[in-house]
Design a binder for this molecule. Structure first.
Ligand code: NAD
Ligand code: ZN
Ligand code: ZN
Length: 345
């Protein structure tokens, strides 16, 4: 079968011929319906070198996957061939206390097991078939279309986890700023609108992204620029905002966040933009907690799927074939994508 692979560090993706995977004991082969093209793949292709991650190329890209159960390895039960499933992306050991509660994104034995996932060290979903090491990593999609559902596993799950961390602050009267309205950001706006009474302000450099934010439920959209902080402060009558979810993570976006947050607030940095910010008693508002987040948990993915099944959230997707996947990444790199690109192999 054909697969879109990262051939080596600092390289463009290539289409290559690879053998079809066979499921060993406990394993499942999924026939891929859709594999989302995440901006993290661009970081993976262009920013990393040997020794920075516990694994190396080549492997098949695509860590945001959904499809249908294709083949069950010996001993696998509780799944039907043909059933629609989402693939949970961060693969932990499955046995440590964190993994036992479904928090495989923060597996305690990550370093020991090399913590590779499909599309991140092991073969991912940008191929017709994908090997998943355990049935515990598959979440039923029931009646959802697996092409449409693929982005739920990262573009949906990652913002969902980031937002849940601030549940306590997202009360009536609160304001939340989402910076960067791409694949993750547009889902983040939808999740805030669907699950909390907070007022959402969306910030992006691209006007098309702000149109998407408005459709997703943002009350106010702002082009990132010199006067963005002032405009955000004005809309809260000078009080500042309760939560900023930064899907970019550059020096500029984190500085904007600190300029608009109020005391007793959260800044959650999801974007891997490589930025840094000063942290100290007087450099952030009192009791502003600052965190990065990595992906989300298995139970949270099941909740994201439920939100989609009820029609409360849904990614705006553009479908592309495997032949156009490499070009699709170029479009993503140049800001020519609205919502999420999903490769349909
Ligand atoms: P994307 O390319 O779809 O969207 C990024 C958006 O940010 C675009 O709309 C772009 O116009 C906007 N943007 C860029 N610079 C900006 C700026 N200075 N101010 C305002 N907006 C700006 O990307 P994505 O797939 O949604 O991923 C977003 C980020 O999240 C990436 O860095 C990605 O690697 C990271 N990510 C992190 C996790 C995690 O677990 N922490 C998971 C997935 C993705
Ligand atoms: Zn991703
Ligand atoms: Zn573990």
């Amino acid at each position: 079968m054909r697969a879109l692979q990262i051939p080596s560090w600092k390289a463009d993706p290539v289409l290559v011929e690879v053998p079809e995977p066979e499921p060993g004991p406990g394993e499942v082969v999924v026939r891929i319906a859709g594999a989302g093209a995440c901006h993290s793949d661009l970081h993976l292709l262009h920013d990393f070198t040997e020794g920075m991650l516990p694994w190396n190329p080549p492997f098949t890209l695509g860590h945001e996957n959904a499809g249908w159960v294709h083949a069950l390895g010996p001993g696998v039960s509780g799944l039907e061939v043909g059933e629609a499933v989402a693939v949970y992306g961060p693969w932990g050991c499955g046995r440590c206390p964190r993994c036992r509660v479904g928090m495989e994104n923060y597996c305690e034995r990550a370093a020991e097991i090399g913590a590779a996932g499909g599309g991140l060290g092991r073969d991912g979903g940008m191929a017709p078939l994908m090997l998943v090491p355990s049935s515990r990593l598959l979440v039923p999609l029931w009646d959802l279309d697996p092409v449409q559902a693929a982005p739920l596993t990262d573009a949906g799950l990652t913002p969902y986890h980031a937002i849940r961390r601030s549940a306590e602050l997202l009360r009536p009267g609160s304001t939340t700023v989402v910076i960067g309205i791409g694949g993750l950001g547009h889902m983040g706006v939808q999740i805030l609108a669907a699950t909390t009474p907070t007022r959402v302000v969306a910030v992006d450099t691209r006007p098309e992204a702000l149109d998407l934010a408005a459709r997703a439920g943002a009350a106010l959209t702002l082009v990132a620029g010199d006067d963005t902080a002032e405009a955000i402060l004005d809309t809260t009558e000078g009080r500042g905002v309760d939560v900023v979810v930064d899907m970019v993570g550059s020096d500029a976006t984190m500085a904007l966040a600190v300029a608009v947050l109020r005391p007793y607030s959260h800044l959650t940095v999801v974007g891997i933009g490589g930025g840094t910010m000063p942290f100290g008693f007087f450099s952030v508002p009192y009791e502003c907690s600052v965190a990065t987040t990595y992906w989300g948990s298995l139970p949270e993915l099941a909740e994201v799927v439920e939100l989609a099944r009820r029609g409360l959230i849904g990614a705006e997707i553009t479908r592309v074939g495997l032949d156009d996947a490499a070009t699709a990444y170029e479009d993503l790199a140049h800001g020519r994508v609205s919502g999420r690109l999903v490769v349909v192999p």
